[in-house]
Design a protein around this ligand. Sequence first.
Ligand code: FE
Ligand code: FE
Ligand code: ZN
Length: 296
Amino acid sequence: MLKIGSHVSMTSPDYLLAAIKESVSYNSNAMMIYSGAPQNTRRIPVSRFKINEAQAYMEEVGFNPENIVLHAPYIINLANTTKPEVFELAVEFLDKEIDRALEMGINKIVLHPGSHVQQGEEVGIAQIIKGLNRVLDQRESHNIVIALETMAGKGSEIGYNFEQLKAIYDGVNKKQHIGFTLDTCHIHDAGYNLDDFDAVLDEFDEIIGLQHLQVIHVNDSKNVRGARKDRHANIGYGEIGFQQLLSVFYNPRLDHLVKILETPWIDNKPPYKEEIESIRQQTFDPMLFEKVQASE
Ligand code: FE
Ligand code: FE
Ligand code: ZN
């Protein structure tokens, strides 16, 4: 069965409960949340997240809590070697993020590996390894997997090819806590050809191993292959294409993994209910924008 959802926000006052309800309203059976704003590190206490209420609600509607993933904020940068406080903030934040995930009963944390800020890829990769080891080495008996995301390669981002991600994996001591997130917009922008998605999976399998994949982000891209831009488009409305993305959603090798949409809102409205409907129908919806615009 297709496990599909979108990123949703935890809004006051119901937080996790609100996120689950929003996901259910999109006909999702999976979801991704941030523990606060994705672009800052301010966080309210987990005790206010309405976790018990959310779990009761999930039970009631049959939403599998294993299909929830947490995304670390994209401003933390474990690869930074020029400003010690930036690196320290990333280490500390990730450590606390693990606590928050454990309290919410989530076991997958999506993380952008980081940007080397003009210090070179090798320096950046070594710093990411150092940071991940700092976070993971001192922690015993937990089931959290940090799912490093494939990146588009904009700026000095690390993780725009599978080799770099493998190099990080190789340097981490507690490898059982490292996994990967494949983002279709990012790999397309990084130069991988999604016209033959199975060949991309073969390459991932050869370099990293498909068994390490934890999460799939499915987004179309506003830019041509190799553009290294990272601008997401709605499914079927970008340079990757609807059929190509269906071959991701319905790939039997990824059947067990959650597929998360991070596609852009349309006129300040979330498009996920309509997008998920067209994905479930496996039919491109030429009226997607009009339908979302007309929705309440
Ligand atoms: Fe991401
Ligand atoms: Fe993503
Ligand atoms: Zn992106």
